[in-house]
Design a protein around this ligand. Structure first.
Ligand code: TXA
Ligand code: MG
Length: 318
């Protein structure tokens, strides 16, 4: 049995921070999903993230920081970015900004792009780890490429085993889907990935329309937003009503009249559904006697947008 899950005690946190500084890989909890972290300035460690995840090198990583003051040292920070950071950080929102300089040690983390993705997670363990390490930590979700994202320490171990040196256990992630990624290199805010921060909340704070990546043909979407992603190892259908479930199909319901093998939220609450999504997909993937997975329709409001994005990709047939 692999023993790499640790409670975030003072001693273990100090050890984890030292590991980060030394170039090892540490998985840590965030408000959204578990990350697989490395020192952004250590290209060998960053390369090991790609290797552990079996992730292609063209797909850039998000840097995690613990203080807003650090942002201008790292990225071109205008008033709009600073204002959004002050309002929404720490929280489930990632900014894509222009890189400050061409420090080659972060080239790999940025996949050679002129922009960089940055966020501040709202989780005490993540923030303490970044502060104690003294460097920004790059972290993709701590799962194998294209598979289901982890929302518990055990999910990370199931997915990556001993490819990760240490997993800090912070319980289940509160939000359960990845951050919303917004592009702040353009005059309008462009959403590159729907996630834990709703479009409605962004629009209500800024008083501006938030565009989708696809609406702007000149703007490439986040390179990591592949058609097939977050996928369980069983075929999955989406938008399936309870009465249309087929034989040997594991049904994940939503809402009070939608009893299935599991129900994402009997109250029909999209936040609760997001928090349960990946864990339930894993249960469905593991359930014996079932060959397929079917998912109930989910409303497109609030975090429903992020849920529908994930399950569309999870069910995509190559
Ligand atoms: O919630 C989250 O964001 C989690 C936690 C661990 O923080 N992280 C996460 O990372 O979801 P990852 O690597 O699974 O997804 C990062 C996404 C990818 O789709 C990538 O293409 C995009 O961010 N990205 C990173 N840098 C970018 C950039 N400069 N321009 C556009 N997209 C970028
Ligand atoms: Mg991911």
């Amino acid at each position: 049995m692999i023993k790499n899950i640790y409670q975030p005690s003072e001693e273990n946190m100090a050890q984890a921070a030292q590991y980060i500084r030394e170039g090892k890989l540490v998985s840590f909890p965030t408000d959204t999903v578990y990350g697989l972290g490395a020192n952004v300035y250590n290209s060998q460690a960053v390369a090991n993230i790609f290797k552990a995840k079996e992730r292609p090198l063209f797909d850039p990583l998000i840097s995690h920081i613990a203080e807003i003051d650090f942002l201008p040292e790292y990225a071109e920070t205008d008033n709009r970015a600073l204002d959004l950071a002050k309002h929404f950080w720490p929280g489930p929102l990632t900014f894509v900004l222009k890189r400050k300089d061409d420090n080659p040690s972060i080239d790999l983390a940025c996949a050679g792009l002129g922009s960089i993705a940055v966020r501040m997670p709202n989780h005490p363990v993540a923030l303490e780890l970044i502060k104690k390490s003294g460097v920004p930590i790059v972290a993709p979700s701590a799962n194998r490429f294209k598979s289901i994202s982890p929302t518990t320490a055990q999910h990370v171990q199931d997915s990556l085993g001993d490819r990760v040196d240490m997993i800090l256990d912070g319980g289940s992630c509160r939000i359960g889907v990845e951050t919303t990624i917004i592009d702040l290199t353009t005059p309008h805010i462009v959403m590159l990935r729907a996630g834990g921060m709703s479009k409605e909340e962004l629009e209500s704070y800024t008083g501006e329309k938030v565009y989708f990546g696809q609406e702007n043909p000149n703007m490439p979407k986040a390179p990591g937003q592949l058609l097939k992603h977050y996928a369980p190892r069983k075929p999955m259908r989406i938008n399936v009503k309870a009465e249309d479930v087929e034989e040997k199909e594991f049904y994940i319901g939503f809402g009070e009249n939608d009893r299935g093998n599991l129900n994402l939220s009997p109250q029909g609450d999209v936040n609760e559904a997001a928090a349960n999504l990946f864990a339930y997909m894993r249960e469905a993937e593991k359930a014996s006697g079932y060959e397929k997975i079917a998912m109930a329709p989910i409303p497109e409001t609030g975090l429903g947008l992020a849920i529908n994005d994930r399950i569309k990709r999870a069910s995509y047939k190559e």
